[in-house]
Design a binder for this molecule. Structure first.
Ligand code: SF4
Length: 360
């Protein structure tokens, strides 16, 4: 599906579109299968979602952000009304996009700790979470143009895409937007080198960007310091599940503000990005295979009796080196997450407060 000859503004051939639609449909059906299992076979559903799909996602966001943007089942759901010609195709103002980005990162910080208390152990609750997000995605997709409101706005995974997808090395087409209607002032899909602090146009953009870069690594560290709880959740458990992520978030936010005085923005963002994703796998890989801080929590398969512990330690160290090399030290290419399709003939039709400069 990668097309190395594709240039910015090129249209996809009918054959390429067909292949992408088939792949998107298959991945979407995998999503449906996971929801089915979460509801009817919760143990299997939880393994498929929380212990297989979600642990793969950060790696995919680092090395192939555009591929994920093209095949994400939630994106396919959100964009279905647009593909079917049912969307009102409204354009968001810059201020509205900033607010959606801020809501997305706050939603991430609120929802993820709830995994310990609810979602990690409850297939039904996880299914309802996914379905609720899917419902919101379709509602905004029915109203707003292409990826503006969900995929680049409200989706709680989008801030992480922006933080991890700093170094893109794959040339992939945009498998959703058939033409570019310039629905976003700074479209993350078509802007090479996009990062969470790229847009500082409004206060919401600035806060969202700061939280994504500065707060997220500490939040990830804090999340892994909390065990899963089963049974009825009281206030004290809720404090416990938020306490460490909040503490971590405050510490790295302060560190970010201090380091900002000495390092260039791009270098600092890259270091925080690599630190966040490395921290995730530092804890998550051992937990998946039985060596977690809280034995049994988030375990896919117990390999403790099969492999010596140093194997997993070596794996974690190697993957940490890889992330720092890829994100911090490897060359910054001029490739955006996906290649911009041709502009629609309607031309420049910006909303009132939109940023009027082509961002490529
Ligand atoms: S590529 Fe163009 S149409 Fe698609 S989301 Fe970006 S700005 Fe909107």
């Amino acid at each position: 599906m990668a097309n190395h000859n594709l240039k910015t503004g090129d249209h996809l051939s009918p054959k390429s579109i067909l292949i992408w639609r088939i792949v998107q449909t298959l991945v979407w059906l995998v999503g449906v299968l996971i929801i089915f299992n979460l509801i009817f076979y919760p143990t299997l559903g939880i393994h498929l979602f929380w212990n297989i799909l979600i642990p793969i996602a950060p790696l995919l966001l680092v090395v192939a952000t555009g591929l994920w943007r093209n095949i994400c089942p939630m994106a396919s759901t959100a964009l279905f009304p647009r593909h079917m010609g049912l969307s009102k195709r409204k354009k968001l103002t810059l201020a509205e996009i900033g607010k959606l980005n801020l809501i997305a990162i706050i939603a991430l910080f609120v929802l993820v700790p709830l995994r310990h208390a609810i979602f990690n152990l409850d297939g039904w609750a996880t299914a309802w979470l996914i379905l609720s997000l899917g419902f919101i995605a379709v509602i905004v997709g029915l109203r707003y143009e292409w990826k503006s409101a969900w995929c680049s706005g409200l989706c709680p995974v989008h801030p992480v895409e922006k933080l991890y997808g700093l170094k893109n090395k794959l040339r992939l087409p945009n498998a959703h937007c058939d033409q570019c209607h310039r629905c976003l002032a700074l479209c993350p899909d078509k802007t090479p080198g996009i990062h969470p602090l790229s847009s500082k146009k409004t206060t919401s953009h600035k806060i969202a960007g700061f939280l994504t870069v500065g707060a997220f690594p500490g939040f990830v560290w804090g999340w892994f310091q909390v065990p899963d709880y089963s049974g009825i959740i009281g206030i004290s458990e809720l404090i416990t599940i938020y306490k460490f992520p909040l503490l971590g978030l405050l510490v790295t936010s302060a560190l970010f503000l201090v380091l900002k005085r000495f390092l260039k923005d791009k270098t600092l963002i890259a270091i925080f990005s690599a630190a966040a994703v490395s921290c995730y796998y530092w804890f998550r890989l051992p937990a998946l295979f039985g060596w977690g801080l809280f034995p049994g929590d988030g375990m896919l398969v117990d390999l403790t009796g099969v492999l010596p512990e140093w194997v997993i330690t070596v794996l974690v160290v190697v993957i940490t080196f890889f992330f720092f090399w890829w994100i911090v030290f490897s060359r910054q290419g001029k490739i955006s997450w996906v290649i911009r399709p041709a502009y629609a003939l309607e031309g420049v039709n910006f909303g009132k407060n939109m940023y009027n400069k082509d961002n490529e």
